[in-house]
Design a protein around this ligand. Structure first.
Ligand code: HEC
Length: 464
């Protein structure tokens, strides 16, 4: 039985067009028939109203079937449903008036129908496409989703000013007034506390017991992962903020300054402040440095490396090798020539050679090194013992062993260490923690994609 209802319901979006078209046609014919020239049309007015009314009734039935197995915003559904039923009734009246030749009444029925067609259609559109359905095309996407920017982030309300915009951007598409996938809405405190189909999604004080957070950190390929595959994902910085929000009590009204802020949170928060020097503190050395050799930068760019300035007036650079499969001697030498300027190196999946490892060892300003899924060996890793400024190291999916990692014990400033999908496991956590006392050690599957993408970076202007 359920599947029959389901089947009928599915026709609703298709069927709706029939009564709209036919009834508008009936009204037009009826209006034209009053003119001498079209007087013959009179003969088909009753018939037009009849099939219009018939299709309106069928559409109502399919609509009722649909509403039993898809969740919609109840208030909008209420209006849409009753306006639709009223519309079907008025169209039946139209049939009656044409039969009885009641011209005046028919005129009023026609006007009422026009209004009803418009209103019912409008609420129907709102149900499936959201309230800003009509105006959406007019607004530019960017303007609606400005990233919050504060002059003092400490005064911001954590939920409203920082967390909600993340949910709005990444979750509302399926969990708000527009759609309620999993019977879940996330667009207000009340809805978040209410939970979804499987119960509560949010446990104040424990991110790991909150499906709202747990689904974000699931393996991206897991079908329960949120947002679903192919949709814009939560970035590492956003993840950290959501985790912090829930773990520090999941308050909806507290200001940032009212909550304890671990080091990594301070850094992420500072990124919200416009031109905050703090934002880059941890990542960029404070000492002045000469401009890097422009010819070398140009050559690296030609080889597929993306070079960015870390900040507008800084000579420090990030180098992204995402388009480079394997370096050669030329690239390795170029890295050496610009090495003092490089603070972030992003080399996911790169084929390591001894000469590349050696070139990186010259980058003594380096604070972030992403070499996840690269072929680096324990032996090559030992080159990095002198990168004293390094505080972020991503070794996810590499062949590095515990012994290999411990060669870097001199790097006491490391505060983020990613070790997922390596032979190193949780049972070594205590030892690693002792070796890298400041580090937050992350074993999870969580894939950190964009280390630099959340920070304002500007392309190196080619200086003459
Ligand atoms: C493209 C649509 C889509 C987006 C975007 C999306 N979700 Fe979902 N979500 C779903 C679907 C479909 C389900 C139901 C299926 C399931 O439970 O896996 C669901 C279910 C859930 C559930 C379980 C609800 C319950 O009780 O069953 C949670 C929690 C959740 N989503 C959180 C989120 C969060 C947090 C975000 C934003 C970071 C998000 N979702 C973004 C489609 C989406």
């Amino acid at each position: 039985m359920d599947s029959i209802i389901n089947f009928i319901g599915h026709f609703h979006p298709l069927l709706v067009h029939l009564p709209i078209g036919i009834l508008l046609f009936a009204i037009l014919i009826h209006w034209l028939a009053q003119k001498e020239k079209y007087v013959l049309f009179k003969n088909i007015v009753p018939f037009s109203y009849l099939i219009g009314a018939g299709s309106a009734i069928v559409t109502c039935i399919s609509g009722l079937a649909l509403s039993t197995n898809v969740e919609y915003d109840t208030q909008t559904l209420f209006y849409h449903q009753w306006l639709g039923i009223f519309l079907a009734l008025v169209s039946l009246l139209g049939v009656y008036f044409t039969k009885k030749n009641k011209a005046r009444e028919l005129k009023w029925a026609a006007i009422t129908l026009l209004v009803l067609i418009f209103l019912t259609g409008h609420f129907g559109g709102t149900l499936t496409h959201g309230a800003d359905y009509l105006t959406k095309g007019l607004k530019s996407k960017k303007a609606t989703k400005a990233r919050p920017n504060f002059s003092n982030v400490q005064e911001a309300i954590l939920f409203e000013d920082i967390i909600q915009p993340i949910l709005e951007e990444k979750c509302y598409g399926c969990h708000s007034d527009i759609k309620q996938k999993g019977k879940l809405r996330l667009d207000s405190k009340e809805w978040i506390l209410k939970g979804g189909e499987d119960g509560l999604v949010f446990h104040q004080g424990s991110a790991l017991n909150s499906p709202l957070y747990k689904k974000i950190i699931l393996d991206p390929l897991d079908e329960k992962h949120m947002p679903p595959k192919g949709k814009p994902q939560i970035t590492e910085k956003e993840r950290v903020l959501i985790e912090w929000w829930i773990n520090s009590g999941g308050y909806f009204d507290k200001k940032v300054k009212d909550l304890a802020q671990p080091g990594n949170i301070q850094m992420v928060l500072a990124n919200f402040e416009k031109n905050s020097p703090k934002a880059l503190n941890n990542d960029v050395p404070t000492n002045e440095i000469k401009l890097a050799n422009q010819a070398s930068l140009n050559n690296l760019t030609k080889m597929g490396v993306t070079i960015l300035q870390v900040a507008k007036n800084s000579n420090y650079l990030t180098a992204n090798f995402i388009n480079v499969v394997k370096t050669n001697d030329t690239i390795d030498n170029l890295i050496k020539t610009v090495s003092p300027n490089i603070v972030w190196l992003k080399m996911p999946g790169i084929m390591f050679s001894n000469s590349l490892a050696n070139a990186i060892s010259y980058c003594d300003s380096l604070t972030k090194l992403s070499i996840e899924h690269s072929t680096i060996t324990d032996n090559q890793l030992s080159n990095f013992q002198n990168l004293k400024r390094l505080h972020y190291l991503n070794l996810v999916g590499t062949k590095i062993s515990l012994k290999g990692l411990l060669q870097l014990k001199s790097l006491v400033n490391i505060n983020e260490l990613y070790l997922g999908q390596t032979s190193i496991t949780n049972k070594d956590a205590a030892l690693i923690q002792k070796t890298f006392p400041k580090a937050k050690i992350i074993f999870g599957n969580y894939h950190t994609e964009n280390i630099a993408s959340d920070t304002i970076v500007l392309k190196v202007a080619s200086k003459k």
